[in-house]
Design a protein around this ligand. Structure first.
Ligand code: GUN
Ligand code: FE
Length: 447
């Protein structure tokens, strides 16, 4: 069984940090190590102790002075939108119609879907993300491409076929029965195969008829161990349109509640413009509101109100929402999260940011026994971060005085260049060459 000692400055959380430097919320080992065997963490701690446990013959990957953390987790993004990031000039509904529903049609082609899936997984890994929850396109083959690419890399990935049967181009619509049958077959094929987990994925209330919502309800009832994902309250025009399609519902949240879709495995993208009543319904059902800061800024959607989620006891997670989101990097995502909350008069501490990207998101997925921290028995999904990867960061780091300051520099200035290595189930993915496209040799000519 393959064994390895991963040496560096080890940081892992055990609880949600309260206040600016809640030292009880994390374990930090300045000269630390993680002992990995057969894809699992045997133990993590001081190098002196862990190296004794590992024995003299063990292979050592020495990452000093870099930080060693659990792999980062992204709780909402769109795999078919990998090449549609940075589409100009529109808010949500116009953006979907102009760019996204055009792009997603390309995934009828299985060769294209497979190529993008490979690129998507490699992009996640080069950003230090080892688990993500993604929407695939309406085509079942796109789900096969997605989980096949994840399986080839050994990654724990969650995803599902988008269901939509109205307000989308013909080529992207299924029917309630087809959405049900295809989802069911995909669950049977992929849910629990290796590290794959399935998410039942009605896109949002606008693109599903009441009949499709009923089919989604049946799928959720028949497959209680599957995740459920959709979008909620992202944009004012979206809210008006959705609620006009379901006039019997009290509000947007009530549409999903009426179809029995709200539970502790439900991930609701955005949740920006919710009333207290709606957030309380999320709290009562254990549903998770997903904060997507780069997307919410890019599409001009609005500012997530974290404090109201906390006050009303509702769960929340963080995500990139690529391609409405503008970066695969969870570091860049937390940088924007900090700024969004700042505009709301709310603070996001550096320790809380790093908690959120790791254990916090793992808890939102109910996967904290397996991922998000480096406890004994956890899956050995690990990221190594270099806080001085860019010249400006190295210069800034010369005067940094604490771990807290370093984490804030990493999140504020960092990106994929800071990911020195990433391990998936104990295997070094970067050393093997995380594939990168060659940079263009020169800038495009001016138009
Ligand atoms: N609402 C419904 N579909 C989408 C999507 O693809 N991206 C975003 N940001 N919002 C959505
Ligand atoms: Fe989304």
């Amino acid at each position: 069984m393959s064994e390895r000692l991963i040496r560096g400055r080890v940081l892992t959380f055990v609880a949600e940090p309260q206040g600016i430097d809640d030292t009880a919320s994390y374990r930090y080992f300045e000269d630390g190590a993680v002992f990995v065997r057969g894809g699992k963490v045997v133990d993590a701690g001081d190098y002196a102790d862990i190296s004794k446990l590992a024995g003299a013959d063990v292979e050592v990957a020495d990452h000093r002075p870099n930080l060693v953390l659990p792999g980062l987790i992204d709780t909402h993004l769109h795999f078919p939108q990998t090449q549609a990031i940075a589409s100009y000039g529109a808010q949500l509904l116009e953006w979907l119609n102009t760019y996204i529903f055009v792009e997603e049609q390309k995934f009828a082609n299985t060769v294209h879907a497979a190529a993008v899936a490979d690129r998507f997984m490699d992009e996640l890994l080069s950003n230090g993300t080892t688990t993500a929850v993604a929407y695939c396109s309406v085509h079942p083959e796109s789900v096969d491409a997605y989980f096949s690419a994840a399986e080839a890399r050994g990654m724990r990935m969650i995803g599902g076929k988008v269901m939509m049967d109205r307000n989308a181009p013909d080529a992207l619509r299924d029917t309630p029965q087809q959405g049900y049958d295809e989802t069911k077959a995909l669950i049977e094929k992929w849910h629990g195969r290796g590290r794959a987990l399935y998410a039942i994925s009605p896109r949002f209330a606008i693109t599903s008829t009441p009949e499709q919502m009923e089919m989604s309800q049946a799928l959720v009832a028949e497959h209680p161990s599957c995740y459920v994902q959709t979008h909620l309250s992202e944009n004012q025009d979206e809210i008006a349109f959705a609620t006009s399609l379901y006039p019997e519902a009290k509000d947007y949240t009530d549409i999903y509640a009426r179809y029995g879709l709200l539970n502790e495995r439900m991930l609701l993208g955005h949740c920006i413009h919710l009333s207290d009543r709606e957030i309380s319904v999320l709290a009562e059902t254990g549903s998770v509101g997903v904060f997507c800061p780069t997307s919410n800024l890019f599409l001009g959607s609005g500012l997530f109100d974290r404090d109201r989620f906390d006050k009303l006891g509702a769960r929340w997670s963080v995500a990139t929402d690529v391609g409405g989101g503008t970066s695969f990097s969870m570091l860049e995502t937390m940088d924007e999260a900090y700024k969004v909350l700042h505009l709301r008069g709310q603070k996001l501490t550096p320790f809380n940011s790093f908690y959120r990207m790791t254990l916090g998101n793992a808890r939102a997925l109910g996967l904290e026994e397996k991922i998000g921290s480096l406890h004994a028995g956890a899956d050995a999904d690990i990221v190594v971060l270099d806080s001085s990867a860019k010249p400006a960061m190295e210069y800034r780091m010369r005067v940094a005085k604490s771990l807290m300051e370093e984490l804030f520099i990493l999140q504020t200035m960092g990106d994929d260049r800071c990911v020195a290595e990433v391990y998936v189930a104990g295997k070094a993915m970067k050393a093997k060459g995380v594939k990168r496209a060659a940079a263009p040799s020169r800038s495009p000519e001016p138009a």
